[in-house]
Ligand binder design. Structure first.
Ligand SMILES: Cc1cc2nc3c(=O)[nH]c(=O)nc-3n(C[C@H](O)[C@H](O)[C@H](O)COP(=O)(O)OP(=O)(O)OC[C@H]3O[C@@H](n4cnc5c(N)ncnc54)[C@H](O)[C@@H]3O)c2cc1C
Length: 418
């Protein structure tokens, strides 16, 4: 079979949110790149379908018109103004994402099916600098003489592409991570999640707050209900993989049990019906001490293990890492230096300087969430105290405020009303 030989500046493996964001910013810097994607879009991805302000921030930086489009397309995107935390004792608190000053302000977050959202991003990649191959599954990667090359097939056509740099954006089961960082192939901590779509779920917040129900048997994981457009809801459970293995938990049964028996949940599913089937996938949690690049490659999103260990948010972190990876690539190509030490400074150090504190706090929160009494305590007090609710609300935007959550004194003050 004759092989087509291609040359480019950057090879991106995977066209999910991480790969798409990298491509948007490479296009901004006029850097030619080739995207290799094993699926054919539109394609689904098992997810809770909730996008935070970080996702909006990256899209806005890529092109503010795209965020306007999102706000206008109410049939596809549901704006969300906040979050409901339900404690193991069933009590819940409603926390707006921001303390709104102007009533017309845009919602900080939104929900959208990944089938739709990822295709939305995929279509936005179109540019003179971006060439996309779909149905192109990467199986081997070679690094030699200052270059990186990938062989792939599309149907009966064989290709070889070579570039100075490669981006791994191929998700949780990343082959780029396994081939390029073999000693760290498995994430240090991970979770497993199940997702199902339902129609007819009732009792949503009037401003579409997303809902995390911290059920005792899932801690530090949770059961979620996220309202979607068209009368649909994304319903799921997430739990630490280590707990599933150690306690031999049947996650599907736990999810069903919550829907049928939990007093705070069951009546809302009285007339609900599942659409499609329950599906599962992994969430590789972030670890600020692990490398995310090396000689001639950078990893982004789930391939770099960047899911927030407390909230399970991965889309925003995937897109943010893609944006920073593109900036690092620009610096690397300008300096004609694609070595591991250069990329560590240009990418790893920049990413963890901006995100390390947030991820460390989330790791600590996830560990604290194992204590159901502590969770009950905070929610009980916040239920009664507007000041505490405002503090927690501020924590979504203010990292110094969120830092308080790591300190025992924060809980001491709540306990003794100081
Ligand atoms: C149950 C569950 C619920 C979640 N809920 C949320 C949520 O509500 N909000 C949130 O922000 N995050 C959530 N996440 C996390 C989020 O889904 C991921 O963090 C996010 O999808 C990561 O984006 P990515 O681009 O890195 O990877 P992906 O979205 O997985 O994209 C990777 C792409 O690479 C392609 N690919 C894979 N292998 C190859 C190969 N060998 N060759 C070529 N292409 C390849 C795939 O086809 C895919 O298109 C959830 C995850 C799970 C499992």
């Amino acid at each position: 079979m004759a092989k087509t030989v291609l040359e480019t500046k950057v090879i991106i493996v995977g066209a999910g949110p991480a790969g798409a964001a990298t491509s948007f910013f490479l296009t901004k810097y006029s850097i030619p790149h080739i995207v290799l994607e094993k699926a054919v879009f539109p394609r689904d991805k098992v997810c809770g379908d909730a996008c935070s302000g970080k996702t909006a921030l990256v899209i806005n930086r890529a092109n503010p018109d795209w965020m306007d489009e999102i706000y206008q397309r109410s049939a596809d995107f549901t704006p969300s103004w906040g979050i409901i935390f339900a404690a193991p004792n069933g009590k819940s608190i409603e926390i707006p994402f921001t303390q709104r000053s102007a009533p017309a302000a845009k919602a900080p977050g939104f929900t959208v099916s990944r089938l739709f959202f990822d295709n939305f991003l995929f279509e936005k990649m179109a540019s003179p600098f971006c060439t996309i191959f779909q149905n192109a599954s990467v199986k081997t990667i070679a690094r030699h003489e200052g270059r990186v090359s990938v062989e792939f097939e599309v149907g009966s056509d064989a290709f070889s592409v070579t570039a100075p740099l490669l981006i791994g954006a191929d998700g949780d089961k990343s082959i780029t991570r396994r081939l390029l960082l073999p000693e760290l192939a498995e994430p240090r901590t991970s979770a497993v999640g199940l997702r199902a779509y339902y129609k007819g779920v009732t009792g949503f917040h009037s401003e579409n707050f997303i809902e995390l129900h911290f059920l005792r048997e899932l801690l530090p994981g949770y059961f979620w209900i996220f309202k979607l457009p068209g009368g649909m809801a994304n319903v799921g459970v997430g739990i630490l993989s280590a707990d599933v293995r150690k306690k031999k938990i049947n996650l599907r049964a736990r999810m069903q049990e919550a829907i049928e028996n939990n007093p705070a949940i069951r009546q809302r599913f009285a007339d609900a019906e599942m659409v499609g089937k329950v599906q599962g996938w992994g969430l590789p949690f972030a670890d600020a001490r692990q490398p995310i690049s090396g000689d001639r490659f950078l990893l982004t999103g789930d391939a770099a293990c960047l899911v927030d260990p407390f909230s399970g948010e991965g889309i925003g972190n995937a897109m943010y890492s893609g944006m920073l990876a593109a900036e690092a690539i620009k610096k690397s190509l300008d300096a004609a230096d694609t070595s591991a030490p250069f990329l560590r400074i240009a990418y790893d150090d920049v990413f963890f300087k901006r995100m390390g504190q947030e991820l460390n706090i989330s790791t600590r929160l996830q560990q604290l969430c194992r204590y159901d009494w502590l969770f009950n305590l905070v929610v009980n007090k916040a239920h009664k105290s507007e000041a505490l609710r405002n503090t927690i609300s501020g924590m979504f935007c203010d990292m110094d405020l969120r830092e308080q959550l790591k300190k025992p004194s924060f809980y001491f003050r709540i306990l003794f009303n100081r």
